[in-house]
Design a protein around this ligand. Structure first.
Ligand code: NZQ
Ligand code: ZN
Length: 386
């Protein structure tokens, strides 16, 4: 196991009816900007619950943050923050609203002229404007981590940012919010959280027995609850376990002391930037070819994953590893998620070369847990995913 330092300061308020507690989590004298997305919260009662809880706070609203939070929209929210002298942000939404709020938390205190530089120049945010979240869609883990991914349509870019200043002060996880989530977004959430675990687990053995079992338990829980949740999103046991699994998959815990990969996400983000494909679906497209391409360096962990998660007991290490990749693809397909790029766009020719060129231009010359995946390898992997 590698050395590590671990601190996660986000307070979690988990369970039924917890939204009302935000009134005592946000300072009474704060001027709050409540941020939300395209309006789902106005149809499922979450908006009313938040407003009731904040009846005695001074609150300004900003709605309309789109899926894959868009820089141009967020810049309008930044203007509101400055004009209204906002002191506290509250994200009410899924990963997109929370990530957008993290960007605003950083941009509100940023001294430079152009906040986009935070993303292009990888400027870590050490201190941001304080913010809390009310999670409405389990998937990304953004409610308990310090990362965000922001899109800029104008340049077809989707870039990551983060820093210790971007942990939410608190996050409300009420599994009842899941009842109104459409099937497609539920499937996305399961696939995204599943892949978050794979990115931190399918590397090479690092004598981290506990981290491996943490990772495996999250995968097993997601596999167990997936059919129940898709059948009946009001199943409280399935919803609770799904929600907590998504948070635990990317709150830093399982990645302590172990190598991590994240190449699937790096390639996937490009597919969203280029074609607008849902984040989770890009991962399901890239993951199988990424693991096949890297079979040799990942075979031990792939075989362990096959044995412990999919009960694959027959064959050599390599055969088990290949069977595990196939089972993963079948799992995504069973969620209703296609795993080939050509199932999302007819316009895929040249995608692999374009992504490889973008990585070279950004100086990303070594991806993966060994930092040895070259842009040329990325090109091959993306082509395998056509
Ligand atoms: O906008 P509204 O109307 O609220 O509708 C949303 C949106 O259309 C809807 N929705 C959310 N909660 C709902 C609901 N509909 C009904 N009932 C509810 N309770 O779902 C749609 C998708 O929402 P979005 O927030 O975009 O989904 P998700 O949570 O999957 O977030 C995806 C974004 O997070 C980034 C992705 O790249 C993508 O931009 N990620 C962030 C990460 C992080 N910060 O750690 C890690 C991830 O790997 C990921 O990259
Ligand atoms: Zn993800």
């Amino acid at each position: 196991m590698k050395n590590f330092e671990f601190k996660n300061p986000t307070k979690i308020l988990f369970g039924k009816g917890q939204i009302e507690k935000i009134k005592s989590e946000i300072p009474a004298d704060a001027k709050v900007l409540m941020l939300y997305g395209g309006g789902s919260i106005k149809k499922n009662g979450i908006y009313e619950q938040v407003n009731t809880a904040l009846a005695n706070h001074e609150v300004v609203e900003f709605g309309g943050i789109p899926a894959n939070p868009e820089y141009a929209v967020l810049m309008k929210a930044l203007k509101v923050i400055k004009e209204e002298k906002i002191t506290y942000l509250l994200a009410v939404g899924g990963g997109s609203v929370i990530d957008g709020t993290k960007f605003l938390s950083a941009a509100a205190l940023y001294k430079g002229d152009e906040p986009w530089d935070i993303l292009t120049n990888n400027i870590p945010t050490l201190k941001g404007m304080p913010f809390g979240t009310v999670l409405t869609l389990p998937a990304t883990g953004s409610e308990m981590n310090s990362g965000a991914v922001i899109t800029r349509k104008e340049t077809k870019e989707k870039l990551a940012m983060g820093g210790v200043g971007l942990f939410p002060v608190f996050s409300v996880l009420d599994p009842q919010v899941i009842r109104s989530i459409p099937h497609r977004q539920l499937a996305n959430g399961i696939a995204d959280a599943f892949t978050h675990v794979l990115e931190q687990y399918l590397t090479y053995p690092a004598e981290a027995y506990l981290q491996d079992r943490f990772a495996e338990s999250i995968l097993q829980t997601l596999i167990e609850v997936a059919p129940k949740l898709l059948e009946d999103p009001s199943d409280h046991a399935a919803a609770s376990n799904f929600m907590w699994s998504c948070t635990m998959a990317l709150n830093g815990l399982i990645q302590q002391g172990v190598p991590s990969d994240w190449a699937v996400h790096a390639m996937g983000h490009e597919l969203t930037a280029l074609y607008g494909i849902d984040h989770a679906r890009t991962l399901a497209v890239i993951a199988p070819s990424h693991y096949k391409f890297n079979l040799e360096s990942k075979k031990e962990k792939l075989a362990q994953y096959g044995e412990r998660i999919w009960n694959i007991t027959e064959g050599s290490t390599k055969e088990k590893a290949m069977a595990a990749i196939e089972r993963t693809e079948t799992f995504f397909n069973k969620l209703g998620i296609d795993t080939k790029l050509s199932q999302y766009t007819n316009d895929y020719n040249g995608t692999a070369e374009l992504i490889s060129k973008r990585f070279t231009e950004r100086g990303w010359l070594g991806l993966g847990e060994h930092q040895n995946l070259k842009p040329k390898d990325v090109e091959t992997i993306v082509k395998m995913a056509y």
